[in-house]
Write a protein that binds this ligand. Sequence first.
Ligand code: BG6
Length: 457
Amino acid sequence: MACVTDTTLVIFGATGDLTSRLLLPALAQLLDREPGRTVHLLGAARRELSDTQWRDLLKAGVGDGHGEAVDRLVADARYIVADPTDAKDLKSVLDAVEGRPVFYFAVPPQVAKAACEQLAGMDVPEGLTLALEKPFGTDEASARSLNETLRRVVPENQIFRVDHFLGRSTVLNVLGLRFANRLFEPAWSAEDVESVVIRFDETLGLEDRAGYYDQAGALIDMIQSHLLQVMAIVAMEPPATLHETDLRDATAAVLRATSLWEDNAVRSARRARYTAGTVGDEELPAYAEEQGVDPARQTETLAEVTLEVRTARWEGVPFTLRSGKALGRKDTEIVLTFRPVRHLPAGFTGHAPGSTLRFSLGPDKISLGLNVNGNEEPFSLVREDVEVTLGDGALLAYSEVLSSILDQDAALAVRGDAAEQCWRIVQPVLDAWRRGETPLDEYPAGSAGPATWPQLP
Ligand code: BG6
């Protein structure tokens, strides 16, 4: 889609890690694919830089081998020294903008919040768009108060609470497979589905992020945000269109209907943290020994929560969301396990467990695990996977995110009410963990997690 008007993308935190690692490569990819877009880039940060120094940073950030649109973006880019929490500086930024301003806050959440509080007291141009990174608040009440502040600045559909998982091609594949194939939708409910697992096991350890991660832990870093959004996509009612209102109404309804399994914060959730070990070729120290970690905080690096979506479609089906760091194998997938057949005709030998439908996230793959007749013995059942490999998706998740922000299409951004619901869902678990009611288990880095935890499908 072409960009609606002349737009200036203002990146606050222009000299930071998020900008160089994720935003700039994504912007370059987007412009290579859609060279007709007109985007001006205004970098804003507290560090003193000239326009020329900023352009040099940009060149390094986007790398070589791009088309003319990226060259134009870099050549026309400007930089402004600004503290986003200062009203005067925000005014200077607004004055420097050409066309419609998009403010992307690639800064810590407390800075973004303070900036929005300043904006709420200012006259801002119509069409101002705000993009913020997670976490959106620190609990349900603070998320609500942040939402109130944001809505004093601009209407909800100009607020982009960025969740790059919603831009991942695999997540979008769930929509395609389910809604474009008559085969699946009739089986997409508790009638036929026995359980759903959404798993994001990473081999990466802490990666020098103690300052942030030790405060967050796996539950907040991944489950409260990304994985609940993915779950909402998997479990939503069929929307009439993929437009912003239909899609976000449907996913928000799922989140509103979601509670902990049996409403029990202790039995429905587990937590663990890694001890020293080897992941691939890399030796990792115990999480508790990592620089910047306060072991007394008891931060978990692996979390698992089982939820129930209490609707006619899903009641009784456990949705287990799991995410962890420093695990032996990258295992990132959505797995629907179907119920076994009601009756297997006598005469078959072997087992006929429920079929499974897996969406692997990056490289994208969809695989259907089926019981089929073995080659040797015609009526002996064996398990085979039918697979389609989709690669990595043409667009980086952040390119998808940026494209929707520039086009002002909020369908894949987290709506304010959904952000509040995500905190409501996990809050009892956070409280139980803070009270020490759930043991903090351990697993060696490089393992599959604590040996005592039940295996997920
Ligand atoms: C981030 C989390 O939001 O998502 C990280 O803070 C996690 O801890 C990352 O590693 C995973 O996403 P991606 O796109 O890097 O696979």
